[in-house]
Design a protein around this ligand. Structure first.
Ligand code: FMN
Length: 199
């Protein structure tokens, strides 16, 4: 598929069917993540994939509790309501059946390049997911979500290198309902400097 067309089509999806995502697809999505550009060629991100809906829900409830859900009436999405838009949503992962967790090294957590590398990893994952007809939503607050003994124990159980910490989540699953259209772009966000127009 034409990449620009795909970029324009992709939306953050927050309504999922319970249908499992095929493990082969999840592996491709994770692999896409680790092929993202990375600062200094360090390949500093680790991608965790899980497909246990019960555990995902438990982490998602903690994730939602980490957010101040009162944005003073400001809306994130009308057609795909977020935890800000609909306070009855209990999980910050919206019932998705599979979850990606992108981790970075703890000692780089304030390094803007390391943080950026987690997000470009997540972006690669959502684009690969879209190309496989799997819907997705990038979700933040990973650091806060794992800042408690229950979640730390989970990371240990999974065998995550203790030098690493979760930074961003990627919800994955099949959309429940129709796929929404992209929102129009705001004006004034592109500035082209063509040599023939400069003095
Ligand atoms: C860095 C980042 C963090 C995000 N965190 C959340 C989040 O915590 N919860 C959520 O529902 N969506 C989250 N999103 C998704 C955005 O809300 C979404 O991309 C935005 O509303 C535009 O919608 P679209 O992706 O459908 O074009 C995040 C996106 C990015 C890039």
């Amino acid at each position: 598929m034409d990449i620009l067309k795909m970029l324009k089509q992709r939306r953050s999806i927050r309504k999922y069917l319970g249908t499992k995502v095929e493990w082969e697809k999840l592996e491709k999505i994770a692999e896409a993540g680790i092929y993202a550009p990375n600062p200094g060629g360090r390949q500093g991100t680790i991608v965790i994939i899980l497909d246990d809906a019960e555990i995902i829900d438990r982490i998602g409830i903690i994730n939602a509790a980490c957010e101040n859900r009162n944005w003073g009436g400001q809306s994130v999405s009308e057609d795909q309501p977020s935890i800000i838009d609909d306070l009855s949503i209990k999980s910050g992962f919206y019932g998705c059946p599979a979850l990606g967790i992108v981790c970075i090294k703890k000692d780089t957590k304030t390094n803007i390049n390391a943080i950026g590398s987690a997000f470009v990893t997540a972006e690669n994952m959502v684009l690969e997911a879209h190309s496989l007809n799997v819907s997705s939503c990038i979700v933040g607050r990973a650091e806060a979500t794992f800042e408690n003994s229950e979640m730390q124990a989970l990371l240990m159980q999974w065998g995550l290198d203790p030098e690493y910490m979760p930074l961003v989540f990627v919800c994955l699953g099949y959309i429940d309902g129709d796929y929404p259209k992209a929102k129009p772009r705001k004006d004034g966000r592109l500035l082209y400097i063509k040599k023939e127009n400069t003095l």
